[in-house]
Design a protein around this ligand. Structure first.
Ligand code: HEC
Ligand code: HEC
Length: 385
């Protein structure tokens, strides 16, 4: 696995930097990747890449909180706020952790499914492509152009020297090339172990280093059991209990998430979130309102939940799924009222959501299982809950 990753990385470097580097030895290549990772890390934390110098990638993807936007933003962290302090989005920042494993966005003929990509609607194919978006996105970092971003890079002697070292003396002769180099380095940083340590209690359990409690063990059986529950239909990428599981099959589904009226009252958005259909590569209306299945890694510390942050507690999410199979599960515990209508009704993956009805202990067990998926560095956050 690790070896394959290195080969993939090395190939990527060759593709990006062209044939001039094909003479680099394997060792030199690895050294170059390391330099890019370090540069990418500095870039990831650099607020100077936003118009008012107030936001870095790390602002909305906080490494202290599972790489999500945990700022309140005047809306209990349901969505992100841009660098202009006015632009409140309609979607949550998904975790940048484990994002490196999402395959390049593509259509799979056999399953008739779109798979992979970045963002809730997959509209960026890869991490590097993705990294190029926020700096010039008016509701995110808000820079007017790529040139403006590169001018900011050139303010910093460290960047000038390091970019030239890695990407060649003439890298700053082209704004386009310098910008692409920036996204390449950010991608390399996002591909480091820092973003995917695989050291949660669940991973330690797989390695024989942690014993599950009875509740966690029940949760684990329920989660993986197709006969009992639905989760594995979408939140599983490998056979049960495999190492390196990311808990998403990278497909797109509509699970009937309701509109977040509290958020919409603040951001003024009136249009429905088209989900996958908002991706320029997708035209078939049957994809309306589908969103990328998110990873469940660190999910216990990255609430609120769903693309629009409509649910506050993890337990609510599990009760929400149960409402499809359990007539008694009528009330949203957070509002005390019946579950709100889905934003998009006609494309819900009803077949995949079929399961046995769950009692309260089973709901608790599933929550306990998902808490196991918390990286070691965030385990202390679970105690705050
Ligand atoms: C203003 C907040 C904000 C900033 C700054 C920001 N992001 Fe994001 N990021 C978001 C939001 C919101 C989304 C989801 C947008 C969507 O799906 O339409 C997102 C999505 C992503 C994703 C996709 C993850 C997935 O699983 O699909 C990655 C990776 C990412 N951002 C990395 C970055 C990087 C790298 C930077 C800096 C260059 C950055 N972000 C800057 C808010 C932000
Ligand atoms: C049909 C596919 C499907 C099935 C089955 C499914 N999920 Fe999901 N899950 C999704 C999608 C898609 C989302 C994102 C929906 C959105 O944002 O509107 C999601 C979101 C979530 C979230 C919120 C994650 C976040 O970061 O906001 C949790 C937690 C979750 N699912 C757990 C489960 C559990 C537990 C089960 C089994 C009881 C389950 N899912 C079954 C597709 C599925």
């Amino acid at each position: 696995m690790k070896y394959l990753n290195l080969v993939a990385l090395a190939t990527a470097v060759l593709l990006v930097t062209g044939c001039t580097n094909s003479t680099l030895s394997k060792q030199e290549l690895q050294e170059q990747i390391k330099q890019k990772e370090q540069l990418g890390k500095v870039l990831f934390f650099d607020k100077n890449l936003s118009k008012n110098r107030s936001q870095a990638c790390a602002t909305c993807h906080n490494p202290e909180r599972g790489f999500v936007d945990d700022r309140d933003n005047g809306i209990k962290a349901m969505a992100s706020m841009g660098d202009n302090k006015k632009s409140l989005g309609d979607r949550q920042a998904p975790s940048a952790a484990y994002a490196m494993f999402s395959p390049k966005f593509h259509y799979d003929k056999k399953s008739d499914q779109y798979i992979g990509g970045q963002f809730w609607d997959g509209r960026e194919g890869t991490l590097a492509g993705q990294a190029g978006g926020p700096p010039t996105n008016p509701i995110e970092m808000g820079m007017p152009s790529k040139k403006a971003v590169v001018d900011r890079l050139k303010e910093n002697p460290y960047y000038i020297e390091t970019f030239k070292n890695i990407y060649g003396e003439d890298i700053f002769l082209s704004n386009e090339k310098a910008y692409t180099a920036m996204t390449d380095s950010i991608e390399k940083f996002e591909q480091t172990k820092e973003f995917a340590p695989f050291d949660s209690k669940y991973d330690r359990f797989l390695r024989g280093e942690y014993d599950l409690t009875p509740l966690e063990d029940l949760g684990r059986s329920l989660f993986f059991s197709n006969a009992n529950n639905s989760c594995a239909n979408c939140h599983l990428n490998k056979p049960e209990d495999s190492e390196g599981e990311t808990f998403t099959n990278y497909e797109y589904h509509n699970i009937g998430t309701p509109i977040n009226h509290e958020l919409r009252a603040k951001n003024g958005v009136k249009d429905i979130d088209k989900g996958l259909l908002a991706n320029p590569e997708v035209t078939d209306k049957k994809h309306l309102g589908k969103h990328k299945v998110p990873t469940l890694r660190n999910v216990a510390v990255t609430g609120p939940y769903m693309h629009n942050g409509v649910f506050k507690d993890l337990r609510t999410v599990v009760e929400f799924y149960d409402k499809y199979n359990n007539k008694e599960r009528k009330i949203n515990p957070e509002t005390g009222k019946p579950w709100a209508e889905p934003e998009v009704e006609e494309t819900i993956s009803l077949d995949d959501l079929k399961a046995k009805k769950q009692n309260d202990r089973k709901i608790d067990a599933l929550v306990a299982f998902m808490k196991l998926l918390t990286d070691k560095r965030y385990e202390h956050l679970l105690e705050e809950e």
